[in-house]
Design a protein around this ligand. Structure first.
Ligand code: NAD
Length: 331
């Protein structure tokens, strides 16, 4: 039984707690949060203890730490937890600062302790089916990847101000999805962004709508489109065009009813947001972590994946600011 301490009892902390408790081989032992009420509510719900983050990391009875705190705490907690001998699953991104993330990886690597980064979309069964079909050569040679990722509504501007910007906070998932599907990193990244959804986001120095194009050493191309607003719900689609065909993952809908009348043909909206869309993926992610720790096998995502996608976000941020393509090797 893997004994787990959870740091951070906010939105995503609650999702992870559900997955930890649902897994037959893991037990939620303790929860921390600087906002005590959050930790107390979650701990009471699952019969866990409330403790400080430092006490959880120092507790010799705890095997693994799940880091679901605000992004600016991730590197420090990864370093402290691996130094204390814990296995770690940390939410994305590793840090807001690329150099700090690289330092953190070097420090964690020295301990030899396993660290997985929470790129939950890799565990979505639909994206896994696309990846398997692509790897099996079912559409020949992959040539053009297109990812559309639109949130239903922008977060509060106070969140935007500490988020690190759209490329590090939101598009980082799509960068990782591109790395997962293409099996390689791009050479060059070009980005353009706009604050067309909410002027306050622009005033906070961020963008809410962005397009990134990426080119690979072997000539393949990828395009990622992000928006912080889609009036009809959470839009998550992936398309991979290859020499012998195309693979597409469409949205998950609230239900499968299609109504056809004189007035037209209508269907349900996509599921509202990430909690609704990706709950099975969060559970599969946790399961993969527990299985790898218990078996001593490789983790399906690593700190290296976390640093790679952060470097891509850095390149995209620089490109959007300068108007010039940025080579990934230069960041
Ligand atoms: N993988 C995903 O789909 C996904 C989705 C949402 C958020 N996230 C990531 O998860 C992290 C948390 O996001 P959220 O939306 O749950 O935010 P949130 O604000 O709802 O929760 C964060 C919690 O961490 C607590 N906290 C902050 N600093 C702390 C510290 N030093 N020690 C203990 N607790 C501390 C806060 O009080 C808060 O309760 C972010 O890094 C975010 O990027 C990932």
């Amino acid at each position: 039984m893997l004994k787990v301490g959870l740091l951070g009892a906010g939105r995503i902390g609650n999702v992870h707690a559900e997955a930890i408790v649902a897994h037959r081989d893991s037990q939620l032992v303790a929860v921390s949060d600087v906002f005590a009420e959050n930790a107390e509510r979650l701990a009471a719900h699952y019969g866990a203890q409330v403790a400080s983050s430092d006490a959880i990391i120092a507790d010799p009875d705890i095997d693994a730490v799940l880091i679901a705190t605000s992004t600016d705490t991730h590197s420090d907690f990864i370093e402290a937890a691996t130094e204390a001998g814990k296995a770690v699953l940390c939410e994305k991104p590793v840090d807001l600062d690329l150099e700090r993330a690289r330092q953190c990886k070097a420090a964690a690597d020295k301990t030899g302790k396993p660290v997985m980064v929470g790129f939950n979309r890799r565990f979505d069964p639909n994206f896994q089916a696309l990846k398997s079909a692509a790897d099996a050569g079912e559409i020949g040679k992959a040539e053009l990847l297109s990812i559309a990722s639109f949130d239903p509504a922008p977060p509060p501007v106070d969140y935007i101000k500490v988020s690190g910007g759209l490329f590090r906070d939101m598009m980082i998932h799509d960068f990782d999805m591109a790395n997962f599907i293409m099996g390689d990193l791009p050479e060059t990244i070009s980005a353009v962004g706009s604050s067309i959804v909410d002027q306050q986001i622009g005033e906070a120095g961020d963008v809410d709508t962005a397009i990134v194009t990426m080119s690979y050493a072997d000539g393949r191309l990828a395009v990622i489109r992000n928006s912080r607003r889609a009036a009809y719900g959470y839009d998550q689609r992936v398309e991979l065009l290859g020499s012998k065909g195309m693979l597409q993952v469409e949205n998950m809908l609230e239900n499968s009813l299609i109504k056809s009348t004189e007035g037209g043909v209508t269907g349900a909206k996509p599921t509202y947001f990430f909690l609704e869309r990706y709950m099975p993926a969060y559970k599969a992610e946790w399961s993969a972590f527990v299985d790898a720790i218990n078996s001593g096998g490789d983790l399906p995502t690593s700190l290296e994946d976390g640093v790679a996608s952060l470097a891509m976000a850095e390149a995209a941020t620089r490109s959007a600011q300068s108007g010039q393509p940025v080579k990934l090797a230069d960041v």
